[in-house]
Ligand binder design. Structure first.
Ligand SMILES: Cc1ncc(C[n+]2csc(CCOP(=O)(O)OP(=O)(O)O)c2C)c(N)n1
Ligand code: SF4
Ligand SMILES: [Mg+2]
Length: 343
């Protein structure tokens, strides 16, 4: 029998090279769809797996990095502490591409403090929140993103108003904020690609249903609700620098958002004419959409030129983790000088 020929990307890798261990998540869990789109996006972007680090906290969502990019670096950290883990790892090696996967509990409950600081510092990384409205791993308690009034069999009724992760990220001055849905793979993949190429933090809040604890039709985090309430702001494409964007997209129909590295995000207008570069407008649009119970998806806010954390430091060209000892350790003379100033 003829052997199946594997399709290779521009750096000679097949999709298999971007996979991880087999998933142990429930069949149909939204987090599996996110894993699939990360694999496809990295394969299509020709990322060398050894140039990437995966980080996470605790939760079913935080287990997701095990299921993609086996050849990459990875660290499954403490609950809600993925941002400090990522900050340390990236300061050590600023050349790494970082993908963080968190959950709504991991980010908006125990990790809210860390989330607020990583957004305002604009750490260059893709930060995905797999948002299902519950703590899936610990058997379905309400998370901080569960809608008020949500009734779950074993939990009763949720009394509290929810936290909106997109709102918090924009108010917290993240420079790229998007929302997507596990049931919309095409949009999710384009956002992941754009987020990886963005110079700063790219937060994508992905509504990612928990089929075991929170998938009844009237739940705001279910497949049925997402499918019937999703309002996509635009059709979004990510265009690498080698392509001539004018050939594919007629002027006037689209909004071109150029990124720092020569890539582009092309937004094709859908029903509404939305321009994602104004923070105040983004917050107002979000507030109005939430009042209508719409699941607004797409690129909600972007500032492609905001300084990233590393622009604020005078870092050497060689990554800190590759500097030799003699460069890292001060000489006895320079130590004496420092001591003289201090004492
Ligand atoms: C310090 C600490 N507190 C509580 C827990 C228990 N715990 C484990 S996962 C989790 C919530 C995970 O929810 P989420 O981030 O939404 O992930 P999901 O499982 O829903 O994908 C909690 C409370 C823990 N592991 N560590
Ligand atoms: S319990 Fe929920 S979140 Fe966890 S793997 Fe199963 S479906 Fe996914
Ligand atoms: Mg959750």
């Amino acid at each position: 029998m003829a052997e199946k020929v594997k399709k290779l990307n521009d750096i000679g890798l097949s999709k298999e090279d971007y996979k991880g261990k087999p998933s142990t998540l429930c069949l149909g869990c939204g987090h599996n769809a996110i894993v699939g789109q990360i694999i496809s996006a990295c394969y299509e972007l020709n990322i060398l797996p050894e140039n990437l680090i995966k980080v996470s906290g605790i939760g079913c969502s935080s287990k997701a990095p095990t299921y993609f990019m086996d050849r990459s670096f990875g660290f499954n950290g403490l609950h809600g502490r993925m941002p400090s883990l990522a900050t340390g790892a990236l300061f050590g090696d600023t050349s790494l591409i970082a993908i963080g996967v968190s959950g709504d509990g991991d980010t908006a409950s125990i990790g809210m403090g860390q989330f607020k600081h990583v957004t305002r510092r604009n750490l260059p990384m893709l930060y995905i929140v797999a948002n299902n409205g519950v703590y899936g791993l610990t058997k379905g308690q309400f998370s901080a993103t569960a809608e008020q009034g949500l009734a779950l069999k074993k939990q009763g009724q949720n009394r509290y108003v929810p936290v909106d992760i997109v709102w918090e990220a924009i108010a917290g001055r993240a420079s790229f904020v998007a929302r997507s849905f596990s049931g919309d793979p095409h949009q999710l993949k384009a956002l992941i690609k754009a987020g990886i190429h963005h110079k700063g933090i790219a937060v994508i809040d992905v509504i990612s249903p928990c089929v075991t604890f929170n998938n009844q039709d009237d739940s705001f985090h279910s497949y049925a609700w997402g499918k019937s309430h999703e309002v996509a702001l635009h059709e979004l494409s990510f265009v690498p620098p080698v392509e001539d964007i004018k050939v594919q997209y007629a002027e006037g129909e689209t909004l071109d958002v150029p990124l720092y590295d020569g890539t582009h995000i092309i937004l094709k207008k859908l029903a509404q004419d939305y321009e994602p570069t104004n923070r105040a407008n983004a917050l107002q649009m979000l507030e109005e959409a939430n009042d209508r119970n719409e699941l607004i998806t797409g690129l909600i806010y972007i500032n492609p030129t905001q300084s990233s954390l590393f622009d604020l430091y005078d870092l050497p060209e060689t990554a800190l983790n590759r500097l030799p000892d003699e460069k890292l350790r001060p000489s006895p003379e320079s130590l004496d000088e420092i001591n003289k100033i201090m004492y």
